[in-house]
Design a protein around this ligand. Structure first.
Ligand SMILES: [Fe+2]
Length: 690
């Protein structure tokens, strides 16, 4: 959050002025002031261990930048900076550093902390960090545009950052001034797994090889799986990208996984604690009044961040109204929009079906395209998909007829770059880029016919804009260029719609494998909707009539309740069925669960450890069957043996036809191949990817 806005919000009301004074008093312990131009410090260098989130740069403008870091105890924060790394002539402290503290949510603990140190009541809060964490947001203002500076973080006169020229930043060029730029575009990366670090490493190799470093970084959301918690931000975003973030500003948009703990509606949560985004048009564009969506300029390019997750996406909503104003006022040559949920995709998500994606296409794309957008960058779907030059594809499902303006590959070394008129003109075509391949498991569901390149690999996009030419490079995690597209905006072009454009090759899901192979990997970003070891109603030594027991209106209240797993022997059961062996071969279990938005769910599946076989039903409809040849219940036949031992993932087929908003029920019948078998296991839990 912008410093002064956060400050004003935190101190709104009668306390306002006095609180400012108190804050100034407490941080006034630091003897330097913002205008201090004293000599380079003779320093006592300290180990960095007091720093729990390394310094990183945010909210660059032509004349300012914000350096943010965290410590585990309070310091007297000072930033020293200058154009010579050996001679940091200037300093910022006091009122230009917003200091925030995490006091947690436990009222008794907060009361205790405030009794011990009453002055901390006056600091704005960090909403989500470990109690006792301090965050400093130091605004360095009065800088030259398009200029490189070096910086160091101090606690009073003790230097906390090493003497390392990588602690640096470059201010933006003046708005309207033509300036080449290189942008790193990454989505859905926050796993802290090898894929994410390889993608990062590939970018560093690529930019080092052509000696063209990044100017800034756009993150398309899902940067901190699984729920965007503060600790996940630390380990899966800040730590993973630390060497880049210390000198390259990351402009973020919130993903649904961050949305599990942060709310765009009130701007509270770990995401909003982590970032300082413009709310008042500080870096160009129309003030949005919120960090959830905003815009900024870099030279002659205008960048628009939208929240596709938890705000009103309708044309009448506040975000769309702001967007129209922002598009009307910009005088840039280039218009780039970025947000999390893609208007077009068949990667791990389906834009023909899922509500947020459909709404971004039908409500927001018409506004962006009539505003003249050139490139739309999104994530969420774990794949790389890149369109032809297109306009006006708002139908559901997406079709290619009459919406493609150039069906070539856009490659300067292939069919040649796409072309548009110089300047901003409505509906001259945009390139859609889905770059949700930054680290989470990649997958594909099908084909959207407007795409020219569909690549199921980990990677990122490096986007260069130089004068009238934009070039996008898809770099995979092995530092191989897998796609290049280019757009030239020059002269006057009359776009024409192609009735029957080029079409991507036919694609079919990998051949339906044999029964046991159809167990696929679970989504790594799942949420449990029926937790592991949850309590289920169960029926043993009896068979229910028909399938009514699998339906929502069935009353199971005379069935006992017990925690999963169910079975005997193996020592893997919580509900031990001690008289099952040689008496009965089947068990029936059911449990209700809640889904808030069924049309947000990309995939739902069982994590299940079983011996020997089962059939699962969702709201009365069969959605999975393993090891049961024919029939169900006491008429089930051809039961195959299967040993328990590990949890496997079984996706529920056709779930979108049966899953509902609100209450749902999952019912499972478990079968032993043989009544006299030495063991039996049925241990399920239910997960979704949203
Ligand atoms: Fe997502």
């Amino acid at each position: 959050m912008m410093l002064t806005m956060r400050f004003q919000k935190a101190f709104r009301g009668p306390l306002g002025r006095s609180a400012v004074v108190v804050l100034a008093f407490f941080v006034g312990l630091v003897s330097l002031t913002a205008s201090d131009d004293s000599e380079t410090y003779s320093t006592n260098e300290a180990p960095q261990s007091i720093i729990v989130r390394a310094p990183h740069v945010q909210l660059a403008t032509p004349s300012s930048i914000v350096v943010v870091w965290r410590t585990e105890k309070r310091i007297n924060p000072v930033i020293r900076y200058g154009d010579d790394p050996a001679n940091l002539l200037h300093a910022v402290s006091n009122q230009n550093i917003t200091i925030r503290v995490a006091l947690g949510t436990n009222r008794a603990e907060i009361k205790q902390a405030l009794e011990k140190s009453p002055e901390i009541a006056h600091f704005p809060r960090l909403h989500s960090a470990v109690v006792g964490t301090w965050q400093y947001e130091a605004k360095i203002a009065g800088l030259q545009s398009n200029s490189k500076y070096y910086y160091a973080v101090y606690d009073g006169d003790t230097r906390l950052t090493g003497r390392d020229p990588s602690y640096r930043f470059t201010t933006h060029p003046l708005i309207g001034q033509s300036q080449p730029m290189r942008i790193w575009v990454v989505g859905d990366s926050g796993t802290a797994r090898e894929g994410q670090s390889l993608v990062h490493h590939a970018m560093t190799l690529f930019t080092a090889a052509d000696r063209r470093p990044l100017d800034f970084y756009l993150h398309l959301g899902d940067m901190a799986y699984n729920r965007g918690r503060d600790t996940e931000f630390q380990s899966r975003f800040f730590k993973m990208y630390e060497p880049t973030l210390r000198n390259v500003v990351c402009w973020p948009t919130m993903g649904n996984h961050e949305g599990a703990t942060s709310k765009g509606t009130n701007g509270v949560g770990p995401y909003y604690d982590a970032y300082v985004c413009p709310t008042r048009g500080e870096a160009g564009g129309v003030p949005s009044g919120t960090e959830a969506y905003y815009s900024f300029d870099y030279g002659r390019a205008h960048f628009i961040c939208l929240n596709s997750h938890d705000l009103d996406r309708k044309p009448t909503g506040a975000m769309a109204q702001w967007l129209k104003m922002d598009l009307e006022r910009t005088k840039a040559d280039w218009l780039i929009a970025f947000f999390h949920h893609p208007p077009y995709t068949k990667g791990s998500h389906d834009s023909d079906r899922e509500k947020q994606l459909v709404e971004m296409r039908t409500y927001i794309m018409p506004i962006l395209e009539s505003g003249g957008v050139d490139v739309v960058l999104t994530g969420h779907s774990h794949i790389y998909e890149r369109s032809m030059l297109m306009d006006g594809a708002y139908a559901t499902p997406t079709i290619a007829e009459n919406v493609i303006l150039d069906d070539g590959d856009g490659d300067p070394n292939g069919d040649g770059p796409y072309q548009k008129s110089a300047g901003i003109h409505p509906n001259q075509g945009a390139i859609q880029v889905v770059a949700g391949h930054g680290g989470a498991r990649v997958s594909r569901k099908g084909t959207i016919p407007v795409f020219r390149k569909i690549i199921v690999e980990h990677g990122s996009v490096i986007m260069d804009i130089d004068g009238d030419t934009l070039t996008g490079t898809m770099l995979n995690k092995f530092n191989e260029v897998r796609d290049t597209f280019s757009l030239i905006k020059r002269g006057r072009i009359n776009p024409r719609r192609i009735l029957n454009p080029w079409q991507p090759p036919n694609w079919r899901p990998p051949r339906s494998p044999g029964e046991d192979e159809s167990t696929v990997e679970p989504p790594e970003d799942f949420i449990e909707v029926i937790p592991k070891n949850a309590e289920w109603h169960y029926l043993v030594d009896d068979d229910p009539e028909g399938l009514s027991w699998t339906q929502l209106d069935f009353d199971p209240s005379d069935w006992p309740l017990g925690p999963a797993g169910f079975g005997y022997a193996d020592n893997d059961d919580r509900t031990v069925l001690s008289n099952m062996q040689s008496n009965y071969a089947r068990i029936y279990i059911r449990r209700e669960f809640e889904i808030e938005h069924a049309d947000y769910v990309a995939e739902i599946g069982l994590m299940i450890n079983y011996d020997d076989a089962f059939i699962a039903y969702l709201n009365g409809k069969e959605v999975a069957r393993k090891g049961v040849g024919k029939g169900h219940g006491h008429e089930a036949k051809e039961i195959k043996g299967h040993d328990a031992g590990k949890f496997v993932y079984v996706a529920l087929k056709d779930f979108e036809k049966h899953l509902k908003d609100g209450r749902n029920v999952l019912a499972i019948e478990g079968h032993n191949a043989n009544k006299d078998s030495t063991d039996f296991t049925l241990d399920p839990f239910l997960i979704i990817e949203d």
